[in-house]
Design a protein around this ligand. Structure first.
Ligand SMILES: CC(C)(COP(=O)(O)OP(=O)(O)OC[C@H]1O[C@@H](n2cnc3c(N)ncnc32)[C@H](O)[C@@H]1OP(=O)(O)O)[C@@H](O)C(=O)NCCC(=O)NCCS
Length: 196
């Protein structure tokens, strides 16, 4: 199967995945708005992400969205609740040789926090990665203080794989970064049988 063709096809779909009132679809330049910019300027939203090092502006965000849309190894999706854009989730650095990808996510509209949306969205992304893109291992990195994000991953069966110390500075001190992984059932079954 040609994964790049699949990735490009997925990007053209109006809905890549939907559950209840939530829809995920590839993010396009036309969606970039002042509201999106305001998320990137909200310290509470970005403090546990590498975005905190950037000074955002609308053109840079547009360029980023266009670059990710054209990318052959990234799937950047908007998260829509009742058709309202509330955040983004990315399956990035997809390696179709080693069948790995990294997930990252941001619910920019804080009034949607703590309603189970992050948990649901990551579940949807896992399905996309394993079933539509044939990825076998999903990785995620999370700052140790980001309790909500840790819960979102653990709710979806991600397992802590490594702890990196002194790799990021956060609010004046080093912060541990936890690396989580989720394996597709296929790999798990092979592992059980000693095949990998
Ligand atoms: C992290 C984030 C995605 C969580 O999304 P969410 O939709 O609020 O998460 P959920 O509602 O699914 O909550 C999952 C669990 O975490 C808990 N939780 C959420 N926020 C929490 C917080 N700040 N502190 C402690 N627990 C928290 C919830 O109570 C829930 O617990 P439960 O499973 O026992 O019911 C969201 O807060 C966000 O986008 N933050 C800013 C960007 C960010 O940090 N991205 C991740 C970078 S790794």
């Amino acid at each position: 199967m040609n994964q790049l063709l699949d990735l490009n096809t997925l990007k053209t779909l109006e809905t890549i995945s939907s559950e209840d009132d939530l829809v995920l679809c590839a993010l396009k330049e036309s969606v970039v708005s002042e509201v999106y910019l305001s998320w990137m300027m909200d310290y509470e939203v970005i403090k546990f992400t590498e975005q905190r090092h950037n000074i955002p502006d609308i053109n840079t965000i547009r360029e980023y969205v266009v670059k990710k849309y054209k990318s052959e190894c990234d799937l950047l999706m908007g998260i829509y609740s009742n058709k309202k854009h509330i955040g983004n989730v990315k399956l990035g650095d997809m390696d179709f040789n080693n069948l790995t990808a990294t997930v990252s996510y941001i619910i920019g509209n804080k009034s949607y926090w703590n309603k189970g949306i992050g948990t649901k969205v990551i579940g949807m992304v896992v399905e996309i990665a394993f079933k539509k893109l044939k990825i076998e291992k999903i990785l995620a990195g999370v700052y140790v203080d980001n309790l909500g994000s840790i819960k979102v991953l653990e709710n979806n069966g991600f397992i802590k794989d490594a702890v990196l110390t002194q790799s990021v500075t956060f609010e004046g001190a080093f912060q541990k970064v936890l690396h989580y992984k989720k394996l597709n059932q296929l790999v798990k079954a092979k592992q059980k049988n000693g095949l990998v």
